[in-house]
Ligand binder design. Structure first.
Ligand SMILES: *Cc1c(COP(=O)(O)O)cnc(C)c1O
Length: 364
């Protein structure tokens, strides 16, 4: 039998009645846009992360856009980020006419290398946007120190790391703004697109709230340009039901990752988790040679794999205009050729983990 890459069905079966009850309440009250569940979810999420303000939104892509619009990032401004991420990170910088300035990754964690950031700062730099890849936070203290020195904002693209901790503090609450995604396959996933922003800055929170809703400060009064960036009430209702079990799911993810580690570590390399970090393992990822062959062998025995991400952003055609040829970011480019992610979900059984690891060792 094929193992699902991300098992959303078992989770649904486990909390079906809570999810249905939450959805039914929305259908009964009928406030599909900005209903009471949206407000309730924002309060619960802010409390969970340990920040003052949470602004729910339509996706983890829109949250990046809203955060940068609120920070007044404009055409020609530079935003320092990692080339080893999902396209949205660099894409939203470009959408605003700003320039993504890539900085190579750390060879052990695959997150942006703080040692290389300072050399990329120019008079045009406005912000640093680290990504908490695979569920592990980047070195936020080191990044915040550089940002403070040059007066820059730090936007954590925490789309993969909601629930992770860095030095005991939660991802999303570690910098000027935290931006996360509730895409169905993320650690906390809705049943459609959704995302959220987090900050302790009251003024920034107010501006982000306005931008999310067409730049309006009161009904039909618009002091700034915004977007339609709201989270649907139904998605908020689903997330409220899922948030109740989320802390247990994080523990389960960590237990599964450590089983994978125990069964595979003498055969393979996976990203080093810093001792001060707790990853939520959005992905469990290995480095392999002959990736295509190994993926094909695993597929033959019913084990799906995925590659996050095969092409670093500097080599994506959309960023050709930045004129960064192959070899500009050697670590990201090398790692991108070797990463392969295994099935990961809090409901993965010991039996399946065993089956997967046996097959991986045979395929290597
Ligand atoms: C998923 C993801 C996004 C985008 O989130 P969506 O909710 O799909 O728009 C942005 N950045 C990273 C690193 C992601 O993994």
């Amino acid at each position: 039998m094929t193992i699902p890459f991300i098992d959303l069905k078992t989770q649904y079966q486990t909390i079906k009645s809570q999810i249905q009850e939450r959805i039914n309440r929305v259908l009964e009250h009928g406030q599909y846009i900005m209903g009471p569940e949206v407000i309730e979810l924002e309060e619960r999420l802010a409390e969970y992360v340990g920040v003052k303000y949470c602004i729910s939104a339509s996706s983890g892509t829109d949250t990046l856009l809203i955060a940068m619009m609120a920070l007044d990032i404009r055409p020609g401004d530079e935003v320092i980020t990692t080339p080893f991420t999902f396209i949205a990170t660099g894409e939203m910088i470009s959408l605003l006419g700003a320039i993504p300035v890539f900085v190579d990754i750390d060879s052990r964690t695959y997150n942006i290398d703080p040692m290389k950031i300072e050399a990329a700062v120019t008079a045009k730099t406005k912000a640093i946007m680290p990504v908490s890849l695979y569920g592990q936070c980047a070195d936020m203290d080191a990044i915040n120190n550089i940002a403070n020195k040059y007066g820059l904002a730090v936007i954590e693209d925490a789309a993969q790391s909601f629930g992770a901790t860095y030095k005991g503090r939660k991802s999303c609450g570690l910098s000027t703004v935290g931006s996360t995604s509730f895409f169905p396959s993320k650690p906390l996933g809705a049943y459609g697109d959704a995302g959220a922003l987090f900050t302790n800055d009251e003024n920034l929170a107010r501006i982000m709230r306005q931008i999310r809703l067409h730049g309006q400060d009161r009904h039909y009064h618009h002091p700034r340009v915004g977007i339609n960036g709201r989270m649907d009430t139904i998605q908020a209702a689903i997330l409220l039901a899922k948030l109740d079990v989320f802390p247990e799911e994080v523990v389960a993810r960590q237990r599964i990752a450590s089983r994978y580690n125990n069964l595979l570590s003498n055969k393979t390399t996976s990203p080093y988790i810093e001792p001060h970090n707790q990853s939520v393992y959005a992905q469990y990822t290995l480095l392999v040679n002959n990736r295509g062959d190994i993926q094909a062998k695993l597929k033959d025995v019913g084990i799906p794999t995925a590659v996050h991400y095969p092409i670093p952003l500097n080599l994506q055609p959309v960023f050709n205009y930045l004129k960064q040829q192959e070899g500009s970011f050697p670590i990201a480019e090398n790692i991108a050729e070797k990463v392969m992610s295994l099935p990961m979900s809090p409901y993965l059984s010991d039996y399946d983990i065993e089956r997967i690891t046996v097959a991986v060792k045979a395929a290597l």
